[in-house]
Structures are given as structure tokens and as C-alpha cells.
Design a protein around this ligand. Structure first.
Ligand code: TXA
Ligand code: MG
Length: 534
């Protein structure tokens, strides 16, 4: 299909769009929030085309757009009284209200639900098209499902050119994030999606309003969402996005410590500090962030980076909508660098006795984090699995679970393959380590110690106040490893030669603990806690 490119500034373009809609076609139109992909809400066949063009899951309902309050009546069973003050204050504008639907609204629009979502946009072009077509228009955001929502006609073209009848360019959207979705289907109003209108503004008009927990956190595996759109991956560029909650300095250090090319997604004026950066608005101005956030997420992929670390916006009031979109583009990964207690590193060659030192520290109420253990947990993460499949083949998943032996065989077959394994897993391991630091703090631990043999090859050193290195003489190491792993001296020597030498560890560490005599080791550990943690 050839997509007609129209410009809103050309006279007659709204009428052309309206004509296409009346004839059962689908047209991307500008609204003040984001571009919408419109079809007649009364024409099930036209509505089906929307789902096809976007690749939208069948169970995700659409919002119906109207031009005047009277247009609500035919669409609902009965108008909820609370709608009037809300409409008075926020319509036309970025508020969507859910009520019981009338028989006129096809189930294709509501994805089988008995409720319908209705919104009256304020954008003059959208209004003109609704009026000219004399139809209620069903319209989801005009992006390919899963991608960031479109705030420019070029975004629509990127995703949907050739799949829709027309797109009408009305310039950049002024709000930039989608409408606030509010359900009036039950007794207490529930905010299902934060948007252009803040929860506080709504409460001012209709009183106590609940915020769905899905706004802040991932739905449980078998939970039924109150808004089906909540359960899908959303707003995601190809890059692996994570949100970073911290002050600018810690953010800067963390981004610089990354081992893989990473795009910094930061506030205006901060980008110059990074090799690759995309800015998304002013730090204390959520409206400017809202306007640019989706465009910024699209720009991330243009940089070619496979990783993006996003400065976390203030998750309250008007900022809530931006936070929610970023949170979902990051698959709920939030990396908090705001530690209350100091963090240390613990490293050394295998057999040196890191775990002995770790055990002693644990007994002294220190949170010792075993990075190797978290490495095993990391490979269960769906995004990590997706990368592993891409790098090592679909067949590493057998009967729904990871074939660890096959993965190991392939990943250790060459240094290049091992590097790919690290790239797929290390960022998730780091995230899990940071999560454990916070858990330890919540439990009242005195400090956290990251026990990681490859600490210096990771981004985690930037979190460490000091690094402790455990050493032991070669003959001692060989003795321990043969006891522990039951392998020959020759094998041990081979294994050790594959590791960095002791000097590598020592020269990069702040504290060196020679671990031969357990009593002496304990004394040194006690000395560490006294000097550093009291
Ligand atoms: O600003 C906007 O709302 C934009 C513009 C184009 O108007 N539209 C938009 O539509 O964002 P869409 O389809 O991307 O998001 C609609 C959201 C989805 O999360 C969907 O699940 C929810 O509204 N929704 C629609 N009808 C619903 C219903 N009856 N009950 C619960 N949630 C509903
Ligand atoms: Mg959408």
C-alpha cells in the first residue's frame, strides 16, 4: 500500500483525511499528546486494520476520540456524573476517561471489554478531522507496537509507511506523552496511566483517586491488568535501557565506567560530558522532558549504542508520566546509586581465599555479595536470554529452559564468543549486584563488599570506595585448589596461567590481605572493619 503523505498546512488536507476515514481507511493524525492512528470507531473492519498495521496485541483496547461533549452520549451506557467536572476542566485535552460502553461501540474497539475509553483532543487538526468525518475515531498511538510513541510525523513514517492509508503532518506534538487514562468504571476513580494531566490535578476536581500499582511496577506473572496495555513491553528502543537514580556526579562516573558503548540519556546541558549522549529536556521541567522523551528514545538507536543509561526524572506530579514511560522502556530496570553505606570490592586469583575473607566479613555484619552467584541468576532474565539466543543460537533454549552446558560449550569456544557472553550478561549482573547492595542496606548491614573475581573488568569498581585483594603464595593456591576441586597440579597450573597474574590484582587494589594463616587473615579483616567501618 502506498501511504499518502499530507501536510496539515495544505488547505483541504483534513477533508481528504476525513474522506479516507469515512471509507474505512486508517490515517495517522496529529494530536496534542502523540500522533494517533485513526479509524472509524463504528467500523469493526477499519478498526481491525489498526491492529494489523501496528502489530498490536488483540486484547489491547483503543481510545475513542470525540470533538464535543455531546459525542459522549451515544458511546456510553450512562454518563458517569464525575465526567462533567472533569470535562469542564480538562477537555479538550490530554485526559482519557473510561466508562461502561453502549451497544454502539464494537467489541473490536474495546478488545472485548464492556468499558470504553474516551478522549476529546485539543489539537486543531485532530478536531477538524473528527468534525469533518462526523465519526468517533478509534486511535491508538501511531507507532509500531512496542516502539516509542510518535511525536513527529517522521516517527510515524519510520514505523508505518506503506502500512496505512495516509499520514497528516501537523508538526511536533506539544505534550509529548500520551493522555492520562482514568477509569470511572468503579466506585473509586483509578488512574491507569499517568499522562499530560497529573494525578494531583485530577484529585483537585473529583477527590480521592487511586493510582494503579502497574504505573510503578511490573505486573505479577499471572496478574490480570486493569488496563491491558500495561502488560506489554513498551516504548523500547533496540538498545538495552536502564534508568539510573543518582546525583549527576555518580551518574557520570557510572556511565564512564561502562565497558560497552553506552548512550547517556540525560538532561539539557549535560550531554557534553559524555562520548555519546542524547538530551531529553530540562532537569526541573517535566513538561520539557515529556515533549522530548520519545524522540530521545528513538535517537538512542540512531547512535548505534546497544546500551543506554537514562538519568531518572523526578517521579512525582507532572514528572510521573515521563518516569512511567522511561521505566517501561527500561523494562522496570532502575539502578539506584544513592548508597547510604560504603561499598568495597573484594577480588583475587582463584584459590587465594576470597571466600574465606568473605565469610569472615559476613560474620561481622558486612553484606558480602557473591557476583558469581548472581551471574547464574542473570541468565534467567528474559532480556539476557533474548541476547544469548541471538548470539549463540535458538537451540540453547530447550523445553523452555536454558541449556547451560550447550551455552558454556559455545560461549567458551573462542575469546570472541566469551566476549559476547560477557556483553549479554555483565550489565544484568551489575544491576543485580547493585540491587543486593540496597537489600543489604535495608537489612542494616554496615557496608557492602562485592566479591568478584573479574571486578576490574566490570563497571563495578566505580562504586567501590576501596578494593581489597586477597593473595596467597602459588604453592598454597595449588594445594587449596587440588583439595577443593580435586584436579591435578598440571591442570591447576594451566588454569592459573589463564588468569591475570597476582601483580595485576595487587597494583589495582587499595588493601592487600595475604591469606596463609587464618588467624592472621582474621586480624587483617578486623583491622579493615575497625579502620573503615567504625
Ligand atoms: O494520548 C493518547 O491517549 C494517544 C492519542 C493518540 O490520543 N492515544 C494512545 O492510545 O495513547 P494507546 O492505544 O497507545 O493507549 C491506550 C491505552 C492502553 O494502555 C489501553 O490498554 C488503555 O488505554 N485502554 C483503552 N481502553 C481501555 C479500557 N476500556 N479499559 C482499560 N484500559 C483501556
Ligand atoms: Mg500506545
Amino acid at each position: 500500500m502506498k501511504t499518502l503523505h499530507l501536510s496539515a498546512s495544505e488547505p483541504g488536507s483534513a477533508e481528504i483525511a476525513a474522506e479516507i476515514l469515512k471509507n474505512g481507511g486508517i490515517v495517522a493524525i496529529p494530536t496534542e499528546t502523540v500522533y494517533g492512528l485513526a479509524a472509524s470507531a463504528l467500523d469493526p473492519n477499519a478498526v481491525k486494520k489498526i491492529f494489523e498495521a501496528k502489530g498490536r496485541p488483540q486484547d489491547n483496547p483503543l481510545i475513542v476520540h470525540i470533538a464535543k461533549l455531546d459525542d459522549v452520549y451515544p458511546l456510553v451506557e450512562k454518563v458517569d456524573e464525575r465526567l462533567y467536572p472533569l470535562a469542564e476542566k480538562f477537555w479538550p485535552g490530554p485526559l482519557t476517561v473510561i466508562m461502561k460502553k453502549s451497544a454502539l461501540v464494537p467489541y473490536e474497539v474495546t478488545a472485548g471489554l464492556d468499558t470504553v475509553a474516551i478522549r476529546m483532543p485539543s489539537h486543531p487538526v485532530a478536531r477538524k478531522i473528527i468534525e469533518a468525518s462526523a465519526l468517533p475515531l478509534a486511535a491508538p498511538s501511531a507507532n509500531a507496537s512496542g516502539k516509542p510513541s510518535p511525536t513527529k510525523a517522521s516517527h510515524v513514517i519510520e514505523d508505518l509507511d506503506g502500512k496505512i492509508d495516509a499520514v497528516i503532518d501537523g508538526g511536533e506534538c506539544s505534550v509529548g506523552v500520551e493522555s492520562t487514562v482514568l477509569s470511572l468504571a468503579g466506585e473509586t476513580p483509578v488512574l491507569l496511566r499517568p499522562g499530560g494531566i497529573s494525578p494531583e490535578e485530577i484529585e483537585e476536581v473529583i477527590g480521592k483517586t487511586e493510582i494503579s500499582h502497574a504505573v510503578f511496577e511490573k505486573l505479577a506473572a499471572n496478574e490480570k491488568p486493569s488496563s491491558p496495555g500495561m502488560k506489554y513491553k513498551h516504548y523500547a528502543p533496540r538498545a538495552r535501557v536502564s534508568l539510573v537514580k543518582s546525583d549527576f556526579e555518580s551518574y557520570l562516573n557510572f556511565v564512564k565506567a561502562q565497558k560497552y558503548e553506552t548512550c547517556a540519556v540525560c538532561f539539557d546541558g549535560e550531554g557534553k560530558n559524555f562520548d555519546v549522549a542524547v538530551e531529553y529536556g530540562k532537569k526541573d521541567d517535566p513538561a520539557s522532558q515529556a515533549k522530548r522523551v520519545f524522540d530521545a528514545l528513538r535517537q538512542v538507536d540512531e547512535t548505534g549504542c546497544e546500551f543506554a543509561l537514562v538519568r531518572c526524572p523526578e517521579p512525582t506530579k507532572e514528572g510521573l508520566a515521563v518516569y512511567n514511560r522511561l521505566l517501561r522502556s527500561a523494562a522496570f530496570r532502575v539502578i539506584g546509586l544513592d548508597f547510604k553505606r560504603p561499598v568495597y570490592g573484594l577480588t583475587g586469583r582463584s584459590g587465594s581465599g576470597k571466600s574465606t575473607v568473605g565469610k569472615m566479613l559476613r560474620e561481622m555484619n558486612v553484606n558480602v555479595i557473591d557476583a558469581d552467584k548472581l551471574a547464574r541468576k542473570a541468565v534467567a532474565d528474559p532480556d539476557v536470554i533474548a541476547k544469548l539466543r541471538e548470539y549463540f543460537g535458538e537451540d540453547i533454549i530447550k523445553d523452555g529452559s536454558l541449556d547451560r552446558r550447550l551455552l558454556a560449550e559455545r560461549a567458551f569456544s573462542s575469546p570472541e564468543k566469551t566476549a559476547l557472553l560477557n556483553k549479554a550478561t555483565h550489565p544484568e549482573i551489575s544491576r543485580l549486584v547493585i540491587e543486593e547492595i540496597h537489600s543489604g542496606e535495608a537489612l542494616g548491614k554496615r557496608a557492602s563488599v562485592i566479591d568478584a573475581p573479574v571486578l576490574f573488568e566490570s563497571d563495578l569498581t566505580c562504586l567501590c570506595k576501596k578494593v581489597i585483594c586477597v593473595t596467597a603464595p602459588e604453592n598454597e593456591v595449588i594445594k587449596r585448589l587440588s583439595l577443593r576441586d580435586g584436579i591435578t597440579d598440571e591442570e591447576i597450573r594451566w588454569r592459573l596461567s589463564a588468569q591475570r597474574d597476582e601483580e595485576y590484582y595487587k597494583s589495582r587494589s587499595d588493601i592487600i590481605i595475604e591469606n596463609v594463616d587464618p588467624e592472621k587473615t582474621r586480624e587483617k579483616v578486623i583491622k579493615f572493619t575497625e579502620e573503615e567501618l567504625s
